[in-house]
Design a protein. Structure first.
Length: 311
């Protein structure tokens, strides 16, 4: 089984590579039966995690999310994820290549205020609708293995699922011409080259004051802080998932001198780059004998019968 997002060391990634149509599904339990998912890893594709049974925790970009049935997580390419397990936790994992439905997945309406991880606790009709879409996608990924029409069907179903997510209550739609969204997209393209707000504002045709007001309104952070936050996040990702020398990581992020990178990181993260890297790589855990796994459940949380002879 091919895996995405190689982490530091030899740990497996969260989900298998997408299938022939650029879309794939798997359960978290199926993955955990073969791979240790506790290591931090970086995704190179989109991953949706819909928790179906149990309780536990996932981390996305070093931020923990408590999970229970109905929790929906969306991990985007480039983000770092770690599965911390839990009591009988299982989930359906939908993964797809960025090009599969780029016109939908990259729409600003689906962006969070920080262009970061998205998490919802589904309930009521919204939960039923998302579960139905995911269920049908799981079935059709198994039924339709080849052909232009089948590929179109899978991508269309995925696009419908993402549009349902965009319409979940409590989300403020983002428009591409919104000053903050434009600024964040510009920073995403160029944060390794420049951290000067003036350069981004000039490129966008805005004043620094306008950009700063937009950032404060959206996040409570100034434009300069938004840039520094993005650089710090990338530094954390690289420290956690690569073995690259710290000085090389600093140079990649625009710090020719290692001491300048060290001071910047300590100021923003509250610790040194080396200490942060060490904290992300705890010593190997003890290995215990395998235990009887809990009964599987369908997407609605109903127990499913075991196959005859199954342990």
């Amino acid at each position: 089984m091919a895996l995405i997002g190689q982490p530091a060391g030899d740990s497996a990634a969260l989900a298998p590579a997408p299938g022939w149509a650029g879309v794939g599904t798997v359960t978290l339990r199926e993955l955990s039966a073969h791979y240790d998912l506790a290591g931090v890893r970086r995704c190179d594709q989109h991953v949706l995690v819909l928790v179906t049974v149990g309780h536990g925790q996932h981390e996305i970009d070093f931020r923990p999310y408590l999970c229970r049935p109905g929790t929906l997580l969306w991990v985007r390419p480039g983000q770092v994820i770690r599965h911390n397990g839990g009591a009988g936790l299982d989930a359906v994992v939908v993964c797809w290549e960025p090009s599969a439905v780029a016109e939908v997945a990259d729409d600003p309406a689906l962006l969070d205020s920080g262009l970061g991880p998205a998490c919802w606790q589904l309930a009521g009709e919204d939960e039923d609708a998302v579960i139905n879409e995911v269920s049908q996608l799981v079935v059709d990924c198994q039924r339709h293995r080849s052909g232009t029409l089948a590929a179109g069907l899978l991508r269309h179903q995925l696009a419908v699922l993402l549009l349902r997510i965009a319409l979940l209550p409590g989300r403020r739609p983002a428009e591409r011409n919104d000053a903050y969204v434009r600024f964040r997209l510009a920073v995403e393209e160029d944060f390794t080259r420049t951290r000067r707000v003036e350069e981004y504002a000039e490129r966008m045709g805005y004043s620094v004051r306008t950009v700063t007001r937009a950032c404060l309104a959206a996040t409570g952070r100034s434009a300069k802080q938004v840039i520094d936050d993005r650089v710090t996040l990338e530094a954390k990702r690289l420290l956690a998932v690569t073995d690259d020398p710290i000085a090389d990581i600093g140079r990649r992020l625009g710090f020719p001198e290692p001491t300048n990178f060290g001071r910047f990181f300590h100021r923003e993260a509250g610790t040194s780059p080396g200490a942060f890297r060490s904290a992300q790589r705890p010593p190997p855990r003890n290995t215990f004998p395998a235990q009887r796994r809990p009964a599987a459940a369908d997407l609605h949380g109903r127990p499913t019968p075991r196959v005859a002879g199954e342990a």
